[in-house]
Ligand binder design. Structure first.
Ligand code: HEM
Length: 164
């Protein structure tokens, strides 16, 4: 299983494409997606980035649920995520992360954690999985805003809208 993590580079524009609807179908729609994201959040709880997330169980559950809805929507499922306050959905998501000081180490832990959950998904075509991974690998670079030299930087990005 490849699912490679490519490093973030400060100052480099990030390009990404939303996941293909094929992934959403292959994972089993809303139900499959919920299973994946709940498994991811169980692992987050045990991860080295758990401190980023609410320690209160009820608050943690809320984030888990809203994150699940976001992924359902971004993967081509029903539009069930909350209003993006007039912003494009991905832009809104990037700005949510601005409130946290996220460095490359935290991103790698985040990606490693979701990769573990993805490795548990059975009977899924490798190519379809890689397409979803590409979105995660590139989009997660936009959550990184703190760098080793002590600086804060918010990357520019372009979003491709090809039909897959
Ligand atoms: C592909 C990359 C990522 C996506 C699509 C994503 C998506 C999301 C979503 C949908 C939420 C819930 C927002 C809400 O509705 O309140 C969220 C919250 C959060 N994400 Fe991410 N995320 C990504 C990467 C990361 C990374 C790399 C980190 C690193 C630590 C991170 C840390 C957080 C934190 C701390 C919250 C909780 C916010 C809170 O307490 O309100 N995310 N993310």
């Amino acid at each position: 299983m490849s699912m490679k993590i490519t490093p973030v580079k400060k100052g480099e524009e990030v390009h990404f494409t939303n996941p293909s609807a094929k992934f959403y179908e292959a994972i089993g729609g809303e139900e499959g997606m919920r299973k994946l994201m709940y498994s991811f959040y169980d692992k987050i709880y045990e991860s080295e980035i758990s401190h980023f997330f609410p320690q209160d169980e009820e608050e943690f559950e809320k984030i888990k649920e809203s994150n699940t809805k976001f992924f359902i929507e971004i993967c081509g499922g029903p539009k069930i995520y909350k209003e993006a306050e007039g912003m494009e959905l991905n832009e809104f998501m990037i700005r949510i992360h601005d409130d946290f000081s996220i460095n490359e180490k935290a991103r790698v832990e985040w990606l490693g954690t979701i990769r573990e959950a993805l490795e548990e998904v059975e009977n899924i075509d490798q190519e379809i999985l890689e397409d979803f991974w590409e979105y995660l690998d590139s989009f997660s670079k936009l959550a990184v805003n703190s760098f080793a030299d002590g600086s804060t930087y918010f990357a520019a990005y372009t979003q491709a809208t090809e039909d897959k």
